[in-house]
Design a protein around this ligand. Structure first.
Ligand code: SF4
Length: 396
């Protein structure tokens, strides 16, 4: 696991699909824990040290981190770290619990929606939970919500646990989980510090979803369009910008089957979307993107616009009979398109740099050592991996 600059990472534990990060006070005494999705645990722990944040004007506890990014320390709320900073949008914890930062408990809301959802969370509610207040006259917990200026009383409960259960059910229905207009990138996996997916030290991002169905595809787990890991373009760009890397490789699945979200990500990364600007010295080895489309099929819309930000596009379906044994492409029909778009400038990559030997890396997951990722351009196939005891999850 990456060392944190002068900081001790938080302790954590894993239970099923979730991770729990321990929060301590300044004396190191445990004061609680925050729940996150297991797939996000590694990047949260590696980003910096996380603390409990109690605001005087709000009953909801929040978690903030003290993180190093590009040599500068900055503070960020955990839910913003996970979903990204979108001006004019708030992030709401659907069940009112700021210590539940699983993605299914977070959604974007406008300021007005946020104030409606905050209804019932005043300090004298005695429950400390949004939507539930104690009625002294009836000696019961009242569950209620406010929408479009109207107040709706849902019911009264003797037990707080019953009120919480009802409150959670109702709020999920009335304030459905959604990301509004913010597009989501469905990601299969992200790997830092890989040296076999292009020149230099790279971040490799595999998107989830591909409809091409190439025979012999090395990554059929990536075909399904079912949501795997949801990232907003902002959060993904913030994450990439916080890493020290020479370049990015975007593969899949087919990244260009999610063109709007990918375009948003590339724009934010380059400072065109109101986010941080790409530093001049950042990504000297550029952006490589694989797609099963032919470049001729990408002649308009968001997919075509994505090309303005990509230094090298490797296009075409994988053809098993034309399998390569050297170089970055999987089969010899796939073509290399170096950026030469007007106004885009020179590609940050040279043809000579991508004539690399085919190689494989084996990465063991920091959080769950039973997860092993094999990446690169192997002169081996899935049968070879199985013979050597490497389990491919979807084969089971
Ligand atoms: S385009 Fe790529 S990910 Fe999609 S099926 Fe073909 S080889 Fe597999």
């Amino acid at each position: 696991m990456r060392k944190l600059k002068g900081q001790t990472p938080n302790n954590y534990r894993v239970d099923g699909l979730f991770g729990y990060i321990e929060l301590t006070d300044k004396n190191g005494l445990r004061i609680g824990e925050v729940k996150v999705d297991k797939f996000n645990l590694s990047r949260i722990i590696q980003a910096g040290r996380w603390y409990l944040h109690r605001r005087k004007d709000c009953t909801t506890n929040h978690v903030f981190g003290s993180l190093w990014s590009g040599g500068v320390r900055r503070e960020i709320l955990l839910h913003r770290f996970l979903l990204g900073d979108y001006p004019n949008l708030c992030i709401d914890h659907i069940n009112g619990n700021g210590l539940d930062n699983t993605l299914s408990n977070l959604c974007f809301v406008t300021n007005q929606q946020n104030s409606e959802k905050r209804f019932g969370s005043d300090r004298d509610s005695q429950s400390g939970i949004r939507g539930i207040r104690w009625e002294e006259s009836r000696k019961k917990w009242l569950v209620r919500y406010k929408k479009d200026g109207k107040t709706f009383n849902i019911g009264r409960f003797s037990q707080l646990e019953d009120a919480i259960q009802k409150n959670n059910l109702v709020r999920r229905e009335v304030f459905p989980y959604n990301y509004g207009d913010v597009p989501i990138i469905n990601i299969m996996s992200i790997l830092n510090e890989t040296n076999v997916n292009g020149p230099g030290n790279r971040i490799c991002i595999w998107t989830q979803g591909c409809t091409k169905g190439c025979k012999g595809c090395f990554n059929p787990e990536s075909w399904s369009n079912k949501i795997n890991t949801q990232w907003t373009p902002q959060a993904l760009a913030q994450y990439v910008l916080s890493q020290e890397c020479d370049g990015i490789t975007i593969s899949g699945g087919d990244p260009l089957e999610q063109p709007e979200a990918l375009l948003k990500f590339l724009r934010v990364l380059h400072g065109d979307g109101g986010g941080e600007s790409l530093r001049a010295d950042f990504l000297p080895k550029g952006i490589i993107c694989f797609t099963g489309f032919l470049i001729e099929e990408l002649d308009d819309g968001a997919a075509a616009e994505c090309l303005e930000y990509i230094d090298l596009l490797i296009d075409g379906r994988y053809v098993e009979q034309l399998r390569y044994t050297s170089g970055l492409a999987g089969s010899s029909n796939q073509r290399f398109h170096f950026s030469s778009l007007p106004g885009r400038g020179e590609s940050r990559l040279q043809r000579s740099e991508i004539l690399i030997d085919q190689a494989v890396e084996v990465h063991i997951d920091d959080i769950d050592p039973s997860i092993i990722r094999v990446t690169g351009f192997p002169s081996i196939d899935r049968t070879f991996l199985k013979r050597h005891g490497l389990r491919i999850e979807s084969d089971e």
